[in-house]
Design a protein around this ligand. Structure first.
Ligand code: FAD
Ligand code: NAD
Length: 159
């Protein structure tokens, strides 16, 4: 099985898009990620999966904190900024939630402390204990088959 076939299959799982953010010595670093999952409600735990070559990996190991920012439909450009898909550098403002950096306008901001990390293959899974949450009433950005999408309302046929 080649890598492309694996990616094509994984890309059939429609997801939201998040920006993971952390802070080391006053410097905020963000990275776009769709490998995010709710793990436990009691205690409240989530998991993210970070590639071994991502610069944010060592920053989360150092800071022991991260936030998950679930992007809104109008935040595709932010996703592209934090995936390194835009050529030029853009200044990005961060708010604070529980003292941790979060991106304004996200559908959900989830502040976490690292409670465990597991190296699996070429990624590291970070389990995050959720310390605070902020929600906005907006539609989410969707990623499916390698493309950004948005939700459309289901139309009920008139009888
Ligand atoms: P860098 O290359 O260091 O940073 C990424 C970009 O963010 C750079 O352009 C940088 O300038 C910018 N940036 C960072 N901090 C700031 C700041 N404070 N202000 C302004 N700009 C800043 N990879 C994974 O490991 N796990 C995933 O789950 C995952 N999911 C993805 C989902 C999607 C939809 C996409 C498009 C990519 C995904 N990736 C994932 C790939 C990942 O986003 C890229 O490989 C990323 O560029 C690598 O992160 P890095 O820490 O090395 O980032
Ligand atoms: P793609 O077709 O490469 O990705 C489709 C799906 O494959 C993703 O949603 C993810 O589930 C999986 N995937 C892709 N790369 C992976 C990796 N290195 N490790 C584990 N799973 C991976 O989509 P694309 O639009 O070409 O992606 C843009 C870039 O972002 C690519 O460089 C891709 O590798 C990277 N990306 C990485 C991850 C990840 O590390 N978990 C997830 C999504 C995208």
């Amino acid at each position: 099985m080649d890598d492309r076939q694996f990616r094509n299959a994984m890309g059939k799982f429609a997801t939201g898009v998040t920006v993971i953010a952390t802070e080391v010595e006053g410097e905020v670093h963000g990275m776009t990620a769709n490998a995010f999952m709710s793990v436990s409600i009691n205690p409240k735990l989530v998991v993210i999966s970070i590639g071994e070559n991502a610069r944010i990996l060592n920053k989360i190991k150092q800071s022991k904190i991260f936030t998950v920012n679930i992007l809104a439909a109008d935040q595709q450009e932010l996703s592209m900024i934090f995936a390194g898909q835009l050529k030029e550098h853009r200044e990005v403002e961060f708010d604070r939630l529980d003292g941790k950096p979060v991106t304004p306008g996200a559908v959900a901001q989830i502040a976490c402390e690292v409670s465990a990390e597991h190296v699996e293959g070429d990624h590291t899974l970070f389990i995050g204990k959720v310390t605070d949450i902020h929600l906005e009433d907006a539609e989410p950005l969707i990623f499916y088959s390698g493309r950004y999408r948005s939700l459309t309302e289901e139309k009920t046929a008139a009888l």
